[in-house]
Design a protein around this ligand. Structure first.
Ligand code: SME
Length: 145
């Protein structure tokens, strides 16, 4: 796993507008990791996850808490690493090419602000090392949203 977090830190340094940071973060992750077909954010709004900045194919605009991998990550407030999405009950297939996924909750003021969602066309794409590096990226973003 390459070190994305250092590059992300310099990318968001001094940028106060959250959407710009989320937009550039999705582009950096999408460009830096192999075999990805989607990388982006869903943001909590009125009790639901709403589509935010992303790279990839057209995606679902709303996800209820507890639904899909994203809604489950919010409900459990835990990173979800899914080696095979076809075996994840209730997986929401925005892009039928997705085979594995990682979703990391993002926090602000002690509450879940949204999630970082990354899909891959490869099965079992996301290692423990990837998880740690991406969670480091989320920590950096939590300071600039
Ligand atoms: N697969 C996600 C939905 C979002 S798409 O991956 C962009 C889920 O099950 O929550």
């Amino acid at each position: 796993m390459i070190n994305i977090s250092d590059e992300l830190k310099s990318l968001v340094d001094g940028v106060s507008y959250p959407w710009s940071n989320l937009a550039n973060a999705s582009a950096l992750i999408f460009d830096s990791m192999t075999d990805l077909n989607w990388a982006g954010f869903y943001i909590m709004h009125d009790g639901k996850l709403r589509l935010g900045p992303f790279q990839g194919k057209i995606a679902c605009t709303e996800i209820a808490v507890g639904k899909g991998v994203c809604g489950t990550a919010v409900q459990k407030d835990e990173t979800q690493v899914v080696p095979d999405v076809h075996k994840f009950p209730g997986h929401i297939a925005c892009d039928s090419a997705s085979n594995s996924e990682i979703v990391i909750p993002i926090h602000k003021d002690g509450a879940v602000y949204g999630v970082l969602d990354i899909d891959s066309v490869a099965f079992d794409r996301f290692s423990e090392e990837d998880r740690k590096e991406l969670e480091k990226c989320v920590k950096i973003l939590e300071a600039v949203i």
